[in-house]
Each structure stands twice: as C-alpha cells, then as structure tokens.
Write a protein that binds this ligand. Structure first.
Ligand SMILES: [Zn+2]
Length: 593
C-alpha cells in the first residue's frame, strides 16, 4: 500500500473543517461549544451525534462512532483511508503528491501487477480458443443459451481447451514465471503431473474487479464433469467475499437499485436484456463484505434468487446481512420460472421489468417463509406462527415503520390488530425480538458491538486517566514521570497513550491529528469514545491532585502485576524483590496539579 507522508495527511485534515464537512451531509445545530445532529450511522429521533469545532472531532453518544474528519468520510462514504484523504484534498483544492512506496512495497506491487497481467493474458487466450476449432462445442453451448457474440465479447467468455497443461505452456511462452502462474490461481501442482491447468474443458467467465481488471475466473464444465462450476481459489488479487460478478458494469447503472442474483449466467442474460444493474455473488452466499461493497452504490437491493428451496434460503440469509449495512431488500418473484435467465427467455424484458417493479417487501417474504411449513388450520401451529410474526415485528427499530407494518401484517394474515399490537409490545418489553428471521448478524458488525462491552475496573482507571491526559497538557506533564505508554493495557489504551505521549512530545497534541492513526484501525470508535468522554468536574486543587494520584497508582499497580505474571525468563525471586521495591515507591507518589 502506498502512503502519503504524515505531514501531508495532517495538512489535508486541518484544511477541512469538520463542522463544514459533516454539516454538508448532516443537519447540525449549535449547542454551547458543540454541534449536534441526528447520527448518520444509526437511526434515532433525538440528536446524540456531536461535532466539536474546537476538537475537530465527532462522537455519537448513541452508537459510539467517533473520530476525526478523515474517519468520518471513510465511514460515511465507505471509502478506504487513501480514498478519504484524496477526497478531502480535492475538497480543499489541494493537489496531492504521488504517494510514496517503500522498496518492499514496490516489489510487492510489481509481483501483483505480474499476476494481473498473467490473468489478462489467460483471458485473451481462453477467448481466442472459444472461437478456434477446439471451442466449437463450448461456443455452441453459449449460443444455445441465447448469448450473442457481442455479449460473449463484452463479458470476455472463453474456453479453456481440453489439454492438461496448454494454458500453462502458453503463459510460460508469454514470459510468465511458474511462481506468477501459480499465484494467479491458474494451475494445479502435483508431484506426479507437475504443473497442470486448473481450468480444462470449461467455459471460462473472467471475473473483473470494479476497475475492469481480471482477478480470477469461473469455469463451467462442458459435459458431465465435476464440479459443474469451478472458481479461482483465493489469491493475492482475488477475494470472493469482497468482489461481485458484473459490478464493474453495474456500478455505473443509473437505476436507484441493484439486482443481486445467484450465478454468472443470470447476470449475463440480464445484462444482455438491458438490466445492467445486475450482479452476483461469486459461488458463495452473500457476505457482509458484499453488502459493504454494495452500499457504496445503492441502499436498495432486489434479490432474484432461484425460486427453489435453496434459493429461498439464500435470500433469507441475505436479507439480514443487507439490513445490517442499512440496505433495504426486496424480493423479485419469478414464478413459474426458476431464475431470471429462464424468465427473460420465456416472457421477455418488459415482463421482467414489471416483476422488478412489483418486487415484494422482504419482510413479507420472511413472514411467508415462516408460514410455509406450518398448517394454518391447526390452532397450535397458527399461534406459533403469530408469535414468530410478533417477535419479528418487535425487531423493527423504527417506531413509525413498526406501526405501519403491524397494521399491514394484521390485515394480510387476518390477525386482530390490537392483539398483534399487544404481542409485539410484550416481546419488545422482554427484549425478545428477532431481527430478520433470527439469523446471526454478520461477523464484522458483531465484533464492533463486542468491542463496546464494558471494560473491567482497572481499564476504567486507565481510560479515565487517558481522557484526562487528552484534555489537559498539565495532566500529561504530571503523569509523565510515573507512567509510560507501556504501563497501559495492550490494545486501544496503550495505542492511545502512545499517540498522546508522542503528540505532546512533538509539541503538537492536536487530538484530531492523533485520531488519524486510528482511522484505519478497529479501535477507532473506542479511542474517540475515550477522548470524548465527559470528565467529572473536580473543583478544588487538592481534590484534583488526590484523584490524579489515585489514578496513577492504580494504573501503575496493574502494570506491575502484568509484568510479574509475564514469563520473560527473569528469576522469579528477583522479580518479586523488584516488584516490592516498585510498590513501595508507589506509596510516595504525590502528584499536584
Ligand atoms: Zn450514532
């Protein structure tokens, strides 16, 4: 990863006033020295999202998100660190120098480029073979499936050939090393056969990233071989949970929604019929990585999964993942056909557009799914179903939406509205709500929530002390002789201590600047929480001094404890003596500020 120099990043940051930047997308009201508004990262009715011009930071007291202007842009626009810096530089009218690369990075980048050009060569090779004599059957297959030459060309479809090392031989002739061919995922290596083609006797679908670079292949076998579909395994350029088939084209669609379907052929036939907003996950269920990618382009996803049981299940899985990323989902029904490909062939594009427009609200789809295997004429099963419905409705956070749904659901399933309303209220009170069919939340989201869990006693002391240090340089000066960053617990505490100490030593303790180092880091929100925590006012000087002394002693004691328990090879007796001495010294600490 190339990088910009710290000074440049700091200049970009300081030339973008945080109140102006956030004020451009969130309505902010001034209150005292801070600005408040409705948090763009969680849904709320009263503003708990605060922005400080003085600190050049934001922090949400509701969901705990916080940071500086760079992390805001990253979070809000779903940009990488580099992209956010670039965006803000443009905004401030700054021209950024070319990012710097270390020699190792240059080398790694060089290898990566080799792998990409190897993949591109392979795609060209496969495409040519499709139109050669050995590609006859494959080409006939694609034509039979209704694809035009133009479509085949624009998707770069090809045929791998039937030999066992033809592509490998070709790529070697083109000057690619075995190491590169292997890293590109284009071969199998075995002791017995050496390097052989990973794809043979397959129609090949190049998978492109959003910048139209070939990063891997999908291959469909001709005839009865197994497996029917084979993908490139994960490589340094291909991560199937963070790329989607067709997104390189679909990203530019002007439609307000994106269609998500199951397979390559679905995407291709939809694009051929004019639905260039269609994408597919790559031989895997929709992941949080996909949802995170999609939300860059749309907040409205229409699912066209196969009408069979497996497809419906996949849709049920995709709904909560999208919802966790703020994407609403609808279901496109294709009955009596199995998939979009079949549907469009049978009824044409206009009918398909109608189905897109009539896509069903995913909540009703979920409820239908719950109802599916239940006998509604059996009172017990009917009650069970109604309870599940109430639980699901209790999981809708937005009050207004919930209220509307209760009315609509009651009418649709002929449940008495007041009874349903009461049941929902009960589940809400018991906090027994199911969000989207009780499927687990995506991992990334869950991790963040765990991170916010309450920390135990001594961490509290560390955190409080850090808040204080961040707030007042005099506190830093007073604490510095007794505590070093290593005395803080590993993790966000030590990282923040290091950043604060470095900042003060440089004579530039700008908090917002310090937050930049957290921008790309999972501790970002927590660090912001510590820095923005409220300090209880301690009035008298002697009280302040005593409070600070206590904190320092607490933190130091814990640090000594950790040191003692760490097995670093030191003689335990010697360790014990040292600890005793250190503890004795602690008693003499008197800090005054
Ligand atoms: Zn929030």
């Amino acid at each position: 990863m190339a990088f910009y120099k710290d000074e440049i990043i700091e200049e970009v940051r300081s030339r973008n006033d945080i109140v102006d930047v956030i004020g451009g997308v969130v309505k902010l009201k001034r209150s005292g020295s801070n600005y408040f508004g409705l948090c763009p990262f969680h849904s709320e009715k009263t503003g708990s999202f605060s922005v400080s011009r003085q600190k050049q930071m934001y922090y949400c007291f509701g969901c705990g998100k916080g940071g500086n202007v760079i992390s805001f842009v990253m979070e809000y626009e779903n940009y990488s660190f580099q992209e956010a810096v670039k965006y803000l530089a443009d905004r401030a009218g700054m021209k950024l120098p070319e990012p710097e690369e270390s020699p190792e990075e240059k080398q790694a980048q060089g290898f990566r480029n080799d792998v990409l050009s190897c993949l591109k060569s392979a795609a060209v090779y496969y495409y040519k073979r499709l139109y050669g004599p050995e590609g006859k059957t494959a080409l006939a297959y694609l034509k039979k499936r209704g694809l035009t030459d133009e479509t085949i060309k624009s998707f770069g479809l090809g045929f791998s050939g039937k030999g066992h090392a033809e592509a490998v031989t070709y790529l070697r002739e083109q000057g690619f090393s075995d190491k590169v061919i292997d890293a590109a995922g284009l071969c199998n290596i075995s002791e017995k056969y050496g390097m052989t083609d990973r794809f043979f006797n397959r129609v090949t679908f190049p998978i492109m990233d959003i910048n139209n670079k070939v990063i891997g292949f999908g291959g469909r076998v001709m005839g009865d071989g197994e497996p029917k579909y084979l993908n490139t395994a994960e490589t340094i350029v291909f991560d199937k949970s963070r790329n989607m088939y067709g997104l390189n084209v679909a990203r530019r669609s002007r439609k307000p929604y994106r269609i998500v379907c199951e397979g390559y052929m679905d995407v291709i036939s939809m694009h051929q019929a004019g639905f260039t907003e269609a994408v597919a996950s790559l031989g895997t269920a929709l992941t949080s990585g996909h949802a995170n990618l999609l939300r860059r382009y749309t907040g409205d996803v229409r699912l066209t999964y196969d009408s069979d049981n497996a497809g419906q299940k996949a849709a049920m899985r995709a709904i909560p993942i999208c919802s966790a990323y703020g994407i609403k989902t609808k279901i496109i029904h294709m009955e009596p056909y199995k998939d979009p490909d079949e549907f469009i062939k049978a009824l044409g594009a206009d009918e398909f557009q109608k189905r897109i427009d009539e896509a069903e609200n995913s909540l009703f789809f979920e409820l239908e799914y719950m109802k599916k295997d239940r006998d509604m004429s059996d009172p017990e099963e009917r009650t069970e179903f109604q309870n599940d419905v109430a639980k699901r409705l209790a999981g809708i956070d937005d009050e207004l939406a919930r209220d509307n749904y209760i009315g609509a659901v009651a009418a649709k399933y002929m449940i008495k509205e007041d009874i349903l309303r009461r049941a929902v209220a009960i589940y809400q009170e018991k906090n027994e709500k199911s969000t989207a069919a009780e499927l687990p939340e995506p991992k990334e989201v869950r991790k963040k929530k765990d991170g916010q869990a309450d920390k135990g006693g001594s961490d509290k002391a560390e955190r409080y002390l850090l808040t204080w240090i961040a707030d007042d340089e005099r506190v830093y000066d007073a604490v510095r002789p007794y505590l070093m960053p290593e005395d803080f617990s590993e993790g966000v505490e030590r990282e923040l201590a290091t950043a604060l100490y470095e900042g003060y030593e440089r004579g530039d303790p700008s908090l917002a600047g310090i937050m930049t180092r957290f921008a790309e880091n999972e501790n970002s929100d927590e660090a912001a929480a510590i820095v923005n925590a409220h300090l209880d006012a301690v009035e008298s000087e002697s009280d302040r001094s005593k409070a600070l002394t206590d904190l320092v002693i607490k933190v130091k004691k814990r640090s000594l404890e950790r040191m003692k328990n760490k097995d670093d090879g030191t003689d335990p007796l010697k360790k014990a003596m040292e600890e005793k001495k250190a503890l004795k010294q602690l008693k003499d600490i008197r800090i005054s500020i």
